[in-house]
Ligand binder design. Structure first.
Ligand SMILES: C[S@@+](CC[C@H](N)C(=O)[O-])C[C@H]1O[C@@H](n2cnc3c(N)ncnc32)[C@H](O)[C@@H]1O
Length: 237
């Protein structure tokens, strides 16, 4: 996979992403709520497809302040931005494609983490690769640990009606018209070469739920907002 798209927007991402993905902030806030509802403060944290560290930052108030973090992202600019924000708590920073065997061998270490975050990072993969990644997470999350998986999901189209994409397009248009989405960011997103476009392949809720269950997680999906979902997996063995 090519990561130029994310390298280009790393500087703009934290301010712009909430404006182009309407469910994004509620879901990051939901991750924090989930952790606050649990008995433990995670210490060993994996952030897979970390971007600029947004999910780890969002859940930090519910984690052990002396914990350690493993970051993984194919975009070197994103990993660097995450390291700047998270500082000394970063134990490992891996730049690479988490669906590739060499990276998988480094990251999916047996029983290594008590919290794995995968936030808006799997929807560029075909479903069999999504499943493979979730299996890796199943191997590497300890018994009793959590997987918080947020992502774009396939939207229903009642009677063929493109309901969710239509609402999302209207929200983005309003942000553009009000000048909240910067011209520079929009230019970067809309001027990508064909080679640097990434496929958009959201899975269905029942498929992600099934992949997680088969990887050893008891699963709940407490939030779905305009095409984005948060799945909570508790590792049972
Ligand atoms: C939409 S951003 C999400 C960033 C962050 N997790 C968040 O919630 O804001 C997707 C990130 O996942 C990374 N990513 C997507 N697919 C990947 C893969 N197969 N291997 C490594 N990184 C990947 C991208 O480079 C990008 O930084």
């Amino acid at each position: 996979m090519r990561f130029a798209r994310y390298d280009r927007i790393a500087r703009h991402y934290p301010q712009m992403w909430p404006l182009i993905v309407p469910g994004y902030l509620p879901i990051l806030n939901g991750m924090l709520d989930v952790l606050r509802a649990g008995p433990n403060r995670p210490q060993e944290i994996l952030d897979l497809g970390c971007g600029p560290g947004s999910a780890t930052v969002a859940v930090a108030p519910a984690c052990d302040p002396h914990g350690s973090i493993t970051l993984v992202d194919g975009s070197a600019a994103m990993v660097s931005a995450a390291q700047d924000v998270l500082g000394d708590s970063v134990q490992h920073a891996v730049v690479g494609d988490f669906a590739e065997p060499a990276v998988a061998a480094q990251v999916y270490v047996a029983q290594a983490y008590d919290l794995a975050l995968s936030s808006f990072a799997l929807h560029h993969l075909e479903d069999p690769l999504k499943r493979q990644v979730i299996d890796g997470l199943g191997l590497s999350v300890r018994k009793g640990g959590l997987l918080l998986l947020a992502d774009e999901i396939a939207s229903d189209r009642p009677a063929g009606w493109d309901l969710v994409p239509t609402i999302r397009a209207r929200i983005i248009q309003e942000h553009l018209q009000a000048g909240r989405i910067s011209h520079e960011f929009w230019e970067l997103e809309t001027s990508l070469s064909a080679d640097d476009h990434l496929p958009f392949m959201p899975a269905r809720v029942d498929e992600i739920t099934s992949f997680m269950a088969r990887a050893g997680f008891a699963v709940s999906c407490p939030i779905i907002i305009l095409g984005s979902a948060l799945f909570v997996g508790v590792k049972t063995a």
